[in-house]
Design a protein around this ligand. Structure first.
Ligand SMILES: [Mn+2]
Length: 430
């Protein structure tokens, strides 16, 4: 039995006050779904099994290019971060794994493993960092890392990624995510083809260091920190990389890493079709790579992405097993509350997508009935699946209302007293 941080009494008391209402809402929704030929318990079973990883960097307060305002009780190190992640998992039951960022989270891997298993947590994809200079680093990444013009700098970046794999091996991780900030700020600063070739050569070395049962995720991002050109800027380049590297290489889609109005759900479909979808960094955005909470700006787009994922899941596509991770930055909210709600939002989009009448949709598509086809999606999207999500949490020992239970437990005030503020911190937008 793993340890819990929030007292079971608090969770039980909170659930007891909400249980009768939930049971009534669940029964009522069950009846309505029954009329649509959908068994509510089957949807709930799937929701219970759905998981999304918490990024270790997400539990710290983020910042902007202008300032960073520290939050109370911020985690001081990776061990505090693991405790915060354990709270999120305890109350939502949707986040059983943590995704680490090295060197931010560097510590004795055996201690890390112990700290996580205390709370029944596992480790998701490892993340390397060659977009900033670590303390005491020999060569700077100011002008790039894996695509740097200088071979010794590229070598250092490759070695760092290989070290991330080594740490991940001990932790039981099965994937490495690589995002680089390499690019240029001026036309002519970098030769596009030569920089990309250097990047591919460096990635081939990292790929060669992958254990047999690991996956390599490459993450594209249109711009920032480079503002004129970026080496891995879009899904087309990302697909080329995955194709060049081999069967263990996949594309990672961060929802905020595209131009405004790009049809991300179609990108997802293309990557599924050609077996190169590795997984997601879920978040939301209004203008750029804002790293806002998942589903906070455009929940319909999140649903449409899940519509593609569920379509692939139900068609039984072989080897289809995308990784789900959150990647957010919290500047004005308690990161634990934001991450709990984001995990729930991702689950919500999944549950709604499970409600799509796919047979009817296909019929409308074949009949060129655009209006009814789109209405078929809307009927699923408009269904309030909250009772399903809450019941899934209750059944698995979580909280019917995670934020209410968290606030009732007074966790933030407690850790604020225990964790004196530290300079720096490691929230970030990646
Ligand atoms: Mn990301």
């Amino acid at each position: 039995m793993s340890e819990t941080i929030i007292s079971a009494d608090v969770v039980e008391k909170n659930n007891a006050a909400r249980k009768a209402n939930l049971e009534r809402d669940y029964a009522s929704l069950g009846e309505r779904l029954d009329g649509r030929g959908i068994a509510i318990d089957a949807i709930r079973d799937k929701v219970e099994k759905f998981a999304v990883a918490i990024p270790s960097w997400g539990v710290g307060t983020g910042g902007t290019r202008f300032a960073r305002f520290p939050g109370a009780g911020e985690p001081r190190d990776i061990f505090d971060k693991i405790e915060d992640c354990a709270v999120i998992q305890q109350l939502t039951r949707a986040t059983p794994t943590v995704s680490l960022h090295i060197p931010w989270d560097k510590a004795d891997p055996n201690r890390l493993k112990q700290a996580a298993s205390r709370f029944g947590l596992g480790f998701d994809a490892m993340n390397s960092n060659t977009f900033s200079d670590a303390k005491d680093q020999t060569l700077s990444y100011k002008f790039g890392s894996l695509s740097h013009a200088d071979a010794a700098t590229r070598r250092q970046a490759v070695e760092h990624n290989l070290e991330c794999i080594e740490i991940g091996r001990t932790l039981g991780s099965k994937a490495l995510t690589v995002w680089i900030g390499d690019g240029s700020n001026f036309p002519g600063q970098v030769n596009f083809a030569r920089a990309f070739e250097r990047y591919l050569d460096a990635m081939r070395e990292i790929y060669a260091g992958l254990p047999e049962d690991w996956k390599l995720f490459t993450e594209h991002k249109m711009y920032e920190p480079a503002f004129y050109s970026t080496v891995v800027q879009d899904w087309g380049t990302n697909y080329m990389i995955a194709r060049e590297l081999g069967d263990k290489a996949f594309c990672l889609v961060d929802l905020g890493h595209h131009a405004p109005n790009v049809n991300i759900e179609m990108i997802v479909s293309r990557l599924i079709q050609f077996k190169k979808l590795g997984g997601f960094h879920f978040n939301d955005s209004k203008y750029g790579d804002d790293d806002l909470d998942a589903g906070s700006i455009d929940p319909y787009r999140l649903f449409l992405v899940f519509n593609e994922l569920v379509d692939a899941e139900l068609s039984g596509a072989k080897g289809f097993d995308p990784a789900h991770m959150l990647d957010q930055s919290h500047n004005v909210t308690d990161p634990i509350e934001s991450l709990m709600l984001s995990a729930v939002e991702v689950q919500r989009a999944y549950a709604q997508a499970l409600l799509v009448d796919r047979k009817a949709l296909e019929g409308f598509q074949d009949a060129n009935d655009a209006l009814m086809a789109t209405q078929t999606l809307k009927v699923a999207y408009r269904t309030d699946v909250e009772p399903i999500l809450a019941m899934a949490r209750l059944k698995t020992g979580g909280a019917i209302d995670p934020v209410a239970a968290y606030r009732a437990a007074g966790y933030r005030a407690k850790v604020a007293a225990e964790r004196p503020a530290v300079a720096g911190g490691s929230g970030g937008i990646v």
